[in-house]
Design a protein around this ligand. Structure first.
Ligand code: 5AD
Ligand code: SF4
Length: 453
């Protein structure tokens, strides 16, 4: 049976889809090119914003047409929307065969085999422990990125930010034992993967499941994990997303800045630059605390780069609140940011507040932040011209296949023209000198390997 998985949403979903694919392959299924030549199609869904849900529901409708042409096909949904609305969708969408929750990935092959035999609709939404066999499987057939592997270090979230649906759909925080994560990283390194990308909803709270934010001088289990992974031969770069500012203690700052293999780039969700809005969001830090983290990180690692998530148009957000966000973003000097227009999610605390910022104002604030960002990124990248960086090679550039593309330690995309005498491969490290830049891309000249030592 040929399968195809379409993934919506965040990196966590990409990781879960790869894990599901690895398990299906282990059970004799084969990957299809697309949904039209598949016998089994699974949508891995997202609930974080209303738009993400609408996209997946539209796609499910479209898949009904395929079912008419290929009646033997099996359709399933997994991920956050499957967890929260799976029962309702199974009832209302005739061709939908199964819905499984975010902790039931390990059961997919068995569920599909049962449906193929009995043609009964199936649902499974139970919670699993963070150490469930199969749930963290990887594909080693080259389909997962050969240069960087996602490793999920915890499941769920217990922060209950007032706008966020994640704790309701993904359940409470459950950290995996450190030994098990280290074993997974060792296996990936043994397969030649040089970069480990750690994932969790709140990675800075790794090992502190369901506890209130610690004092700044508390030990950091996440910092210990970073050091443990850095000690693995073959691992050359370590990245992670997303840490929560309230759990970014001095011990974590020290582990981060003192461990060479940990890339000097942090995606640190800010959400708002107004202390009043942060309180309403149930984000237990203020802008002073946020700045004290970014300032301490930058003091210890001067070339560091930051990115963030920001929500515009949260209930009651005034022009002054918005300007505070703008000013703070400028002060930190984010290289990148994901800007979201607030949308109320059913069941969350903020959904009880009036969604009182008009859509046009949300749109306008979104555009202003994007324009600020572009201006800032252009100026910051210009300053890098003339500097030399090590790139982890990711493959031929999408725009121009004569060029190859890679990332600096600070997660900036850089392109270069390989030397035909020394072909490069995905996963190689090369050195380039930056000769030109735009807001999004650095253009580099390859420094021949013999000149680097
Ligand atoms: N509306 C808009 N953005 C949201 N996010 C989470 N919930 C909402 C919501 N209800 C954003 C946050 C989070 C990112 C993944 O999505 O910024 O960090
Ligand atoms: Fe959602 Fe907040 Fe948890 Fe992030 S930390 S997943 S925004 S509840």
């Amino acid at each position: 049976m040929k399968f195809y998985i379409k993934t919506y949403g965040c990196q966590m979903n990409l990781r879960d889809s790869d894990s599901a694919a690895a398990l299906l392959i282990e059970h004799g299924f084969t990957p299809a090119e697309g949904e039209a030549d598949a016998d089994l199609v699974i949508l891995n869904t997202c609930s974080v914003r209303d738009q993400a849900e609408r996209k997946a529901i539209g796609k499910l409708g479209f898949l009904g047409k395929l079912k008419r042409e290929r009646p033997w096909m099996i359709f399933g949904i997994m991920g956050c929307m499957a967890q929260s609305r799976g029962t309702e969708l199974l009832k209302s969408i005739r061709h939908l065969d199964f819905a499984i929750g975010t902790d039931q990935i390990h059961r997919i092959p068995e569920i599909v085999e049962q449906i193929a035999a009995k043609h009964e609709k199936t649902a499974s939404f139970d919670r699993a422990s963070a150490e469930t066999p199969g749930i963290d499987s990887h594909r080693f057939d080259g389909a997962e990125s050969p240069h960087s592997a996602f490793v999920s270090i915890m499941r769920g979230c217990s922060r209950y930010c007032s706008y966020c649906i994640v704790p309701f759909v993904r359940g409470p925080e459950r950290s995996r034992p450190m030994d098990s994560i280290l074993a997974e990283c060792r296996t990936l390194a043994a397969h030649g993967v040089p970069e480990i990308f750690l994932l969790g909803q709140n990675v800075s709270a790794y090992g502190l499941d369901n506890t209130a934010p610690p004092p700044d001088d508390a030990p950091s289990p996440f910092g210990e994990l970073l050091k443990g992974i850095a000690a693995i031969d073959g691992v050359r770069r370590i990245r992670f997303t997303s840490p929560h500012p309230a759990y970014f203690t001095q011990a974590l700052i020290d582990a981060f800045t003192q461990t060479d293999k940990v890339c000097k780039y942090v995606h640190l969700p800010l959400q708002s630059g107004s202390d009043r809005i942060l309180k309403l969001m149930n984000r237990p830090y203020d802008t002073a605390k946020y700045l004290s983290i970014t300032d301490r990180l930058r003091a210890a690692a001067p070339g560091i780069s930051f990115s963030t998530d920001v929500i515009v148009g949260f209930p009651t957000e005034t022009e002054a609140d918005f300007q505070a966000t703008r000013a703070l973003m400028d002060r930190v000097g984010f290289d990148n940011a994901f800007i979201f227009k607030y949308s109320p999610r059913k069941g969350t605390r903020s959904a009880q507040m009036p969604d009182d910022v008009p859509q046009e104002v949300k749109e306008e604030r979104n555009q202003i932040l994007l324009a600020d960002l572009e201006r800032r990124a252009e100026a910051a990248n210009k300053k890098l011209v003339g500097q030399t960086f090590e790139l982890l090679v990711e493959g031929p550039s999408k725009r121009n296949s004569a060029r190859w593309s890679g990332r600096t330690e600070t997660f900036k995309q850089a392109v270069f023209t390989p030397d035909p005498a020394h072909p490069v491969q995905c996963g190689d490290f090369v050195r380039v000198k930056i000769v030109r830049s735009t807001a999004t891309t650095l253009y580099g000249e390859l420094i021949p390997a013999e000149k680097t030592n």
